[in-house]
Design a protein around this ligand. Sequence first.
Ligand SMILES: NC(=O)CC[C@H](N)C(=O)O
Length: 221
Amino acid sequence: MKAAVIVFPGSNCDRDLARAFEQAGLQVDMVWHKDTSLPDGIDIVGIPGGFSFGDYLRCGAIAANAPIVGAVKAHADRGGYVLGICNGFQVLTETGLLPGALLRNAGLKYICRTIGLRAEAGSVYTERYGTGTEIALPIAHHDGNYFADQSTLDLLEAEDRVAFRYTDNPNGSARDIAGVLSANRRVLGMMPHPERASETAHGNEDGARLFAHLTEALTTA
Ligand SMILES: NC(=O)CC[C@H](N)C(=O)O
């Protein structure tokens, strides 16, 4: 199984994400944002956290127009898996692959701490946690306040596409939403960082479970 990790100027979690994929048994190719195609045989594209293009304009807005994005969209349109974490989630909303937007945190401050989450929707990323399972993952963002209009939020809930909710909302996100899935459940965007909680040295391996579940699901699919 193969993963591609997209690298933008200002990405700072790209190697952490690659390592988390590798530890879960995936082979990883790093792909520069100026490339226009993905390597052959990619099963999942990872869009890492960070401050792509310095977070100028809205977070993720410039990255969403990078040359590689056409190939990422084509991969998603073919039913490929895409995982966007933090800045990656911001990029996915900016590309339109996921609905909504990430606004400035309600408290207007950058937040960097471990928070509680509930895994909810059924997907290759979440279902092996078991619905309702509480986990803890780090967050580190200033624009993590998930926003979508009421009808979009209702639709996400009706279609069971809220992958993770905060147990104690840190940033003002609508309906405590920390991560959402695409309609085909293969594209996941989430603000918390599973790759920063994926080995013993991190003091928390709740995130490693997401990558292990994902590999398991992809291998048995
Ligand atoms: N850790 C990150 O990916 C940071 C995300 C984003 N640039 C923000 O601060 O909101």
